[in-house]
Design a protein around this ligand. Sequence first.
Ligand SMILES: NC(=O)c1ccc[n+]([C@@H]2O[C@H](COP(=O)([O-])OP(=O)(O)OC[C@H]3O[C@@H](n4cnc5c(N)ncnc54)[C@H](O)[C@@H]3O)[C@@H](O)[C@H]2O)c1
Length: 403
Amino acid sequence: MKVVIDMGRTIGVGVVSLGWMGRLHTRAYKALAEKFPEIPADIRLVSCCDLVEENRKLAVERLGFYTAVEDYRDLICNPDVDVVSICAPNFLHRDISLAAAEAGKPFWIEKPMGINAEQSREIAEAAEARGLVTSVGFNYRHTPAIEFARQLISDGRLGVVTNVRVWLLADYASDPHGPLTWRYDPERAGAGVVLDLMGHGEDLVQYLLKRRFTEVSAASETFIRQRPKPLKGGIGHAGWIVSDELGLVENEDYCAVLARIENGVMCTLESSRVSVGPRAEYIVEIYGTDGSIRWNFEDLNHLQVCLGRNNGALQGYINCMAGPEFPEFARFQPGAGTSMGFDDMKVVEAAKFVQGVLDGQQYGPSVADGWASAEINDAIVASCGDRTWHDVMPVSGRTTFDK
Ligand SMILES: NC(=O)c1ccc[n+]([C@@H]2O[C@H](COP(=O)([O-])OP(=O)(O)OC[C@H]3O[C@@H](n4cnc5c(N)ncnc54)[C@H](O)[C@@H]3O)[C@@H](O)[C@H]2O)c1
């Protein structure tokens, strides 16, 4: 049964948690009227939920929410909330999304969807059973350079794709004096860098190739085993106040994976949250029999493209700069050379979600795609544990990675 919601011309939004991602979802909804004026609905920021009073005050007094609550159930049962953004720490994703599904409210959930594949399956099946339109925060899909690369691959310009290299190296946890946030606790985060960063790389590969991972072999390590306990929370990785007392880091800082993808494609993935040097170096390289592409999030407005093998002395990469010729670029900037940024990807994600809700169609990354990433992550974690290859379990439901 598909739920098509008749909201007239207003969509009431509820945002659960006003940390880094909750603020970004809020900004993205606000940007829709300007960047996607053709979407035939006005966004109304109805309710925000956060445990921290300061965040609730910010929501109402500065960000334009009509109300702010402490318990997400009060947000979900508010009759003026039509859609829900789920931006809470990972361990809360399951309960919040099951409550949203139960209430028949479409939701946009941050990745990873829950702390393991079992929770992701529950979330996906609950949304699917209600026919809900959803979205998952795989924002890198929406970069114009990635969409352009996907078109080149799908047009066969790289020939037959043979292998893929992905690495996601960040420094957000490189300081041993940095706070022991929820991200280092398996009960609140699940796995470490595998869920936090590697999932983005997996989804990007599946989206670019329109193929699923089938098998993985992996190894992981925790390099910084203790961190100071926080006295006061921050936003994302910043602004935390810590005590002198140390606590244990109980999930991995680093993981390396060798994987197989459908149609005989080979893949390596590497991810670290403690790199010193790369700040947020998220690189995807796709190699084919007739060419290759390279993209780096730190330089997201460029795509390196090599087409053909017979270019003589000019054989090599063209460094293409994103401009109005790339999908969606012109909505954000009128000309090449003026850069798009991270927030803009989220605006595209919000647009796909809201337009999908209005049409009763799935346009953005779906809960089945969130579940697919979780199955890869579960297989990676299992392989790190027993040092053998693991099959990646298939998922069901509406997907968009191959559309
Ligand atoms: N798509 C991306 O690129 C991306 C980037 C960062 C984070 N994320 C994901 O977004 C989610 C949130 O991460 P973040 O960095 O915004 O976290 P954060 O630590 O900045 O914020 C978490 C917020 O949740 C609130 N909170 C805690 N318990 C709550 C409860 N019971 N009810 C309501 N609110 C509660 C906290 O007060 C805080 O404001 C995570 O799942 C994370 O993996 C995705």
